[in-house]
Design a binder for this molecule. Structure first.
Ligand code: 5GP
Length: 194
């Protein structure tokens, strides 16, 4: 997706050979026009899948998921990282190791918002080692629902997240695929058309 690749090149910063910072348009300040187009692109890719719910993880997954859910005309559900007093015990849960915070989070989703009839599109901002997406897939399985696919805004293709998800039989659609961050330079798997 050209607009996204352009944003990564012009407004992202490479923190190390493994980590990209995109606070300027996705993780802190949000470029709403870009999010609208990201939502539309996810819908293009998954429109044949009879999605009934979009599932993401707070907080950075919410913005890109919002427009996709709105365009599909289905609810957006986000997994919580911290237990909420108002949700109490009626939850599906999974342990997820956080790539950026380097700590375990117990993610939870209320049993009220996922059921065995649901065809769920999972969306997240980044794909690195696949832990967040696999945790969300666990929650979907616990509900007896179907994971229709995984939509990712930025995939770091040099890490093994996609391989793990594909090995489990899941379809992965990433809007930007990064081959390398070496030398403080972003190299995409599919370069921008010039
Ligand atoms: P995974 O669970 O696939 O290892 O990592 C994905 C999660 O970690 C995403 O939810 C995202 O928040 C965070 N993450 C992983 N790599 C990066 C990165 O390079 N930059 C940022 N900003 N977040 C990342």
């Amino acid at each position: 997706m050209q607009q996204l690749q352009q944003a990564i090149i012009e407004r992202g910063s490479v923190l190390s050979d493994e980590v990209l910072k995109v606070d300027q348009f996705l993780n802190h300040q949000i470029d709403t026009n870009l999010m609208i187009n990201i939502g539309k692109e996810f819908v293009n890719r998954f429109q044949d899948c009879k999605i009934t719910k979009v599932l993401t993880i707070e907080s950075s997954g919410i913005a890109p998921s919002f427009m996709a859910a709105n365009e599909l005309g289905v609810p957006l559900v986000f997994a919580r990282k911290k237990k909420s007093l108002t949700v109490a015990d009626h939850v599906y849960s999974s342990g997820v190791y956080s790539y950026t915070k380097q700590e375990m989070n117990n993610i939870t989703v209320s049993k009220s918002y996922l059921s065995s009839d649901d065809h769920v599109l999972i969306i997240d901002d980044f794909l690195a080692r696949g832990n967040a997406a696999l945790g969300l897939i666990d929650v979907v399985k616990e509900a007896g629902a179907t994971a229709a696919g995984v939509g990712i805004v930025i995939e770091k293709s040099f890490q093994d997240g996609r391989m793990k998800l594909e090995e489990e039989g899941f379809r992965v659609e990433s809007l930007a695929r990064i081959q390398s961050l070496e030398g403080s330079k972003v190299t995409f798997l599919e370069e921008l058309a010039t």
